[in-house]
Design a protein around this ligand. Structure first.
Ligand SMILES: Nc1ncnc2c1ncn2[C@@H]1O[C@H](COP(=O)(O)OP(=O)(O)O)[C@@H](O)[C@H]1O
Ligand SMILES: [Mg+2]
Length: 318
């Protein structure tokens, strides 16, 4: 190692700083903080006690404790250095070599490669450029660029969810760096390590189906998902998968806030179309949606939208 550079980030569990190997490209190392596990389990214990004190009779109690339980298992994965390798492997399969074409722009997406990892650290390639959230919005041109990137990335995330496999539900605007039209993604601590079940995917199809109709009526898909999660928790039939998707959308709000309702609809439709064309849209989703359409007299208008379709492709060389 030639040189240890500045600290790039210091969140509750990891400290992240830049290192420069003697020869080779700059790297980034994330090291787990001292006592991170202890501090997190204390925090969760306090939250559970608080929830209890607020009243176990309150219908919100169920949702709250369920969310705490989920957050707890997420932190376990996030602070498990051994999970990083699998998470980065999945991320590179999902993202590497993708490009998205929109309105004359062609954005490329890649995950950063993981050089090494261990129980308490991960070493990875340094992504160049600015965080999405830090991209300037001063001129009209900059605004257009940022908006198009938001649309492109959200379309890609929808497309990945529609593959019906693993996905990362914490893709907020500080988890990518943008260098020209080249986008690099990092921090895959929220990448699921298991694919959802057929049951889960059917449920997703149901939710999407209804979500689509609601979008037709001008409601937001985010609100609809949040309500679905709440209703299921209250009814005692929570779905961890749907909750995770809702969280994923929440993280994506850094991008969604640059998009109109019609943009969001267009992104979802483009993702569906891309997945149908290249065969990656999961067959469980297609079957369930077709069943619902036959049963419910699906209005074909739900699929029409203003705007040019956003195209997703795969570069040949990885
Ligand atoms: N591979 C990377 N390349 C460039 N910057 C990075 C990289 N990994 C992390 N960073 C920087 O460090 C910050 C925190 O890292 P991150 O892995 O997201 O940890 P956490 O979300 O736990 O704080 C990021 O927002 C980013 O600015
Ligand atoms: Mg992060």
């Amino acid at each position: 190692m030639d040189h240890v550079g500045s600290i790039l980030g210091a969140a509750s569990y990891y400290v992240v700083f830049e290192v420069q190997p003697k020869d080779g490209k700059p790297q980034v190392i994330a090291t787990l903080r001292e006592k991170a596990e202890e501090r997190s389990s204390n925090g969760f214990r306090l939250m559970l006690e608080l929830a209890k004190n607020l009243g176990e009779q309150d219908p919100v109690y169920k949702i709250f404790t369920q969310q705490i339980g989920q957050a707890q298992s997420m932190v376990k994965i996030e602070t498990d250095g051994n999970a990083a390798r699998s998470q980065y492997d999945i991320a590179s399969k999902l993202y590497n070599g993708r490009y998205v074409e929109i309105d004359g722009f062609k954005f490329s997406f890649d995950s950063t490669s993981l050089t090494d990892s261990g129980p308490r650290f991960r070493l990875m390639e340094k992504a160049k450029g600015l965080h999405f959230n830090d991209l300037p919005e001063d001129t009209a041109e900059q605004k257009i660029f940022k908006k198009n990137l938001a649309k492109a990335y959200v379309t890609l995330e929808f497309y990945i969810i529609l593959m019906g496999g693993e996905f990362d539900h914490d893709r907020h605007g500080y988890q990518m760096k943008v260098d020209g039209t080249e986008v690099r993604l990092f921090d895959h601590g929220a990448m699921s390590l298991h694919a959802p079940s057929t049951e889960d995917r059917k449920l997703l199809a149901d939710v999407l189906f209804e979500g689509f109709e609601r979008m037709q009526r001008g409601e937001s898909i985010q609100t609809f998902l949040t309500n679905t999660v709440r209703q299921r928790a209250e009814a005692g039939t929570p779905s961890e998968y749907i909750t995770t998707i809702q969280k994923g959308l929440l993280a994506l709000s850094d991008y969604l806030r640059h998009m109109s309702a019609n943009d969001i609809k267009l992104a979802l439709q483009s993702a569906i179309q891309a997945g149908l064309e290249d065969g990656t849209l999961h067959s469980d989703l297609i079957e369930q949606a077709m069943m619902k359409a036959e049963a419910g007299g699906f209005s074909s208008g739900a699929l029409s939208c203003q705007g040019e379709v956003i195209k997703i492709g795969q570069r040949l060389s990885k």
